[in-house]
Design a protein around this ligand. Structure first.
Ligand SMILES: [Zn+2]
Ligand SMILES: [Zn+2]
Length: 181
């Protein structure tokens, strides 16, 4: 069942929003504080849950001249999944500030994929905007030391002194066998 915000006792939890029902005239704007749920998403080969289950979002809607809309969506969400360096738990907070313009009849570049027949797909937009705002490297902490490339130990736990004897160079081994008279 999709939650849908309606005018008159605006439901704060919304997957989609009927923009036409706001009955904004050209140049008029409206700010809505809503809540949206975002499904877990795959990123960099890992899966990340998105918290909280109901994310408070701020949606600014402006009616443009003609029958278009300019939208701005802002929210913070916390990801929960593996650190890309050490595979421990990473729970970074991602700040999202996304904009969309939908201006029908003005050419392809000004139509939003999230607006169809005046209906805003808030859940889809929020998910994609979050994925775009997520850093390329999701880390447990900024200076995560990662795993030892030789033995796979978590370098955050074993400490900076962790090291391995360098493998003896086989050419030196051969040399040491030579008997020099
Ligand atoms: Zn890490
Ligand atoms: Zn090691």
């Amino acid at each position: 069942m999709m939650a849908r915000a309606t005018l008159g006792g605006m439901a704060p939890f919304a997957d989609s929003l009927d923009l036409g029902r706001l009955q904004l005239s050209a140049g008029e704007g409206r700010r809505l504080d809503l809540e949206v749920g975002i499904d877990p998403f795959d990123y960099g080969g890992q899966r990340y849950a998105v918290e909280p289950a109901r994310i408070p979002v701020r949606l600014d809607i402006s009616r443009t001249t003609g029958s278009g809309f300019a939208l701005r969506l802002r929210f913070d969400a916390r990801l929960d999944g593996p650190c890309m360096r050490c595979l421990g738990e990473a729970t970074p907070t991602v700040e999202v500030d996304a904009r969309e313009v939908d201006q029908p009849g003005s050419g392809d570049e000004l139509t939003s994929p999230y607006i169809e027949d005046g209906e805003l797909d808030l859940r889809g937009w929020a998910r994609d905007a979050l994925a775009l705002a997520t850093p390329a490297q999701v880390l447990c902490r900024e200076d995560c030391a990662g795993l030892c490339p030789v033995c796979g130990e978590d370098l955050n736990e074993v400490g900076p002194d962790h090291a391995h004897e360098p493998e003896p160079d086989p050419r030196w081994a051969k040399l040491s066998e030579l008997k020099l008279d």
